[in-house]
Design a protein around this ligand. Structure first.
Ligand SMILES: *Cc1c(COP(=O)(O)O)cnc(C)c1O
Length: 229
């Protein structure tokens, strides 16, 4: 099992490296966010042993059950929240996570800002953009994204470092990634979190700085575990 994790990790890092090399230009680095949702501590531990430190989880409660124990053993873990956040979970999210990737509305921005003040932590945030304008998906509308980033920074005093998106299923993702990159430039953010197991190389071609890879590392999940996709 430990060997398998190291091999899976090396294979994905290799593909990230060659995509960067092939498509050239910025960014100088692409971070691998290993998406460990639905997998338990036993499945995650080999990836930590193989050197991975950056992980993504989509549910506050699940992260609370899994990560405090792992953090005791590996204090340099960086945990990203990549699933929708309800304001009544903001306090727990600020305590558990290091980066929030799913900031998508003013009410949440206000609550996160006051919870960060209260906890004395200023977490970097990504604004999630509903890049395909899909009614069932979270995220700010593309046409409101630049203004929302500005408000998060100036009114809510949040540290917005990037944009994040989950493009529509079943159609080529490239144009959506390109659109997110354009919005990122207009909003003046440094990072783009885009690309998953099936399309992270395309995302890197379009300028991703963070790719969120789950099943290509950990194997398949039961479908019901991913309602936000
Ligand atoms: C589950 C999930 C991923 C990873 O998806 P895979 O296809 O398994 O790589 C990435 N981003 C978000 C927001 C997710 O919920």
């Amino acid at each position: 099992m430990d060997g398998e994790a190291a091999i899976a990790l090396a294979a994905i890092r290799d593909r990230i490296g060659s995509a960067r090399h092939r498509f050239g230009g910025p960014p100088a680095a692409v971070e691998l966010v290993a998406v460990s949702k639905t997998f338990g501590e036993d499945a995650i531990a080999p990836f930590l042993q193989a050197g991975q430190r950056l992980f993504g989880e989509n549910r506050v409660q699940e992260a609370k059950d899994k990560w405090p124990g792992l953090r005791e053993r590996y204090p340099d873990i960086e945990l990203h929240l990549i699933g929708p956040l309800q304001t009544n979970k903001a306090r727990e999210a600020v305590a558990l996570f290091d980066v929030i990737e799913t900031l998508d509305r003013d009410k949440l921005a206000g609550v996160l800002a006051s919870e960060m003040d209260r906890a004395g932590r200023s977490l970097p945030c990504f604004v999630q953009v509903n890049i395909g304008g899909e009614p069932q998906k979270a995220g700010i509308a593309p046409e409101d994204a630049v203004d929302f980033v500005r408000r998060c920074r100036s009114e809510h005093r949040l540290n917005v470092v990037g944009l994040m998106c989950i493009p529509p299923d079943g159609v080529p993702a490239g144009p959506y990634f390109a659109q997110l990159a354009m919005l990122g430039r207009r909003a003046g953010v440094e990072h783009l979190s885009m690309g998953m197991s099936g399309d992270f190389e395309v995302a890197i071609a379009m300028g991703a700085t963070h790719v969120r890879v789950g099943s290509a590392l950990f194997g398949h999940r039961p479908r019901l575990a991913t309602p936000n996709l």
